[in-house]
Design a protein around this ligand. Sequence first.
Ligand SMILES: [Zn+2]
Length: 574
Amino acid sequence: MNHFNLSCLTLTLMLGMSACTESINSVADNQVDTASTPKSEAIEAQRLSDIVKVLASDEFEGRAPGGPGEVKTIAYLVDQFESLGLEPGGTNGTWTHAVPLIHTQLAHDGNVSVSVGDVSQILQQGVDVAVSTVRAVEAVEIDAAPLVFVGFGANAPERGWDDYGDIDLNGKVAIFLVNDPDFSAKVDEPVAGRFGNKRMTYYGRWAYKYEEAARRGALAALVIHEDKAAGYGWSVASSAPGDQFALAGTSGPLPPLLQGWLHYDAANALFAAAGLDLVEQRRLARSDDFTAFELPHVSLNASFNVDLEKIQSQNVLARLPGSTQADETLMVSSHWDAYGQGEPDLQGRTVRPGANDDALGTAGVIELARVLKAGPPMARSVVFAVWTAEESGLLGSAAYAMNPIYPLYSTVANFTLDILQTAGPSRDVILVGEGQSDLEADLRRAAALQSRVVTPENLPENGLFFRADHFSLARQGVPVLLLMGIAGGADLLEGGRAAGDQWIADYTDNCYHQTCDAWSADWDLRGAVEDIELFHTILRDLGDSTRWPQLKSSSEFSAIRAESEMQRAMAPPN
Ligand SMILES: [Zn+2]
């Protein structure tokens, strides 16, 4: 049975949810007067601002998945797409696609400890470790599980690299180094360049490491935290220890029972107690001779009760059908969720409205729907997908990619908007994840039409390419472009790159995921409009084309796309 196809009615009966159709009327005050929808074929800054002002209002309570803010958000989005004259693009002719989630919280009085010989040491949650569970369990109990150091934990046959050899991880705890084997390599080391140099490959992401641990049956997985290699500090890594969202009822290997970060100092002490030098072990792990090994006489215990909650959430999908190649799909995406409510800030605000992240991207998606509908019909179809639970781990988009409504082999490309800068027009647009697909050339051509240029992101080692919803599709081989306003300072017409960098610093230091990410009448959306117009140009171009953008051979996912191209060749025409 398809877990994602529960109808609205079924959910109402099963869960007593008051969501679904009747709730659409409850936000009538927020509905945009359809008679005033502009007919222009240009993205309008005022419309972007108006939409964000609604979605980021207190009434939407920070748009937490599963909460009252979700009901209002879904109703608002459906109303927007419907009033633009789009078709429902979700499951079985509805506007939505169900995303069943679990939320787990490890009890604060639980504990995790390591033993070396007969000396046992508690690892304090939030200080020495930041661990959680993505399994739908009532308790986590681990009794004297052996620890295996797997180095960077990469199994990359296309790069001639395998950190595992014959090691068996069943029932054991895998300990990983963060980032790629060549992240801190010097130019004369043999490993240099094997994993994209400074650019992080997917093998460097914790998500990959947990997946590899799951494939190998590991009971737990810990990644040793290092500020630079992780791309963020311990305070971010440990900000909500024990608190986790995950997709419910997925197929595939069972994830580790316990997973998370191990503080560098705690790892260092543990290795030292086992008679090993962590710095030396990290050096050895940078060689393709490295093979995982069990730490001698070391074991891990854990005991936590789990507060387990089931949540029913929804993606929203709308479709603009193509005229002659309707089964070929272009996707435009953003995420509707934000961080809900939290502790009061200095001004007493509790709602974290996610105005820029990602109400503004969502407004961009709605504006793209409007301008594409207002213009001449296109041969190919466009699906507008507004995902849930991005902030909980790209979960809405992942649920879709695992169970797509429109086959991924006939999905031409995905275009994702997630955070746009609000500091005015710029001479360039920032490219995230260079080296993935020839859509990068499309972006250059579209930018040139605006007399702008493309600048690669400034910190490719941070792996931003793996940290937004487009990645759920990218990893299944779909060519993608992401516009993300915090990927590198834009070269602003007023103030140049220094001003662009300053805007990012102000936003990420003060507002990102906080109460301060609020709508403002002072935003200068001219740069955001230009960025959204880039997607508009590329969508129009591909919408009337027979071209299938290709992944580059340097992409980790080119083999997957090659497979889906064979599926496309074999698919019956309709
Ligand atoms: Zn976002």
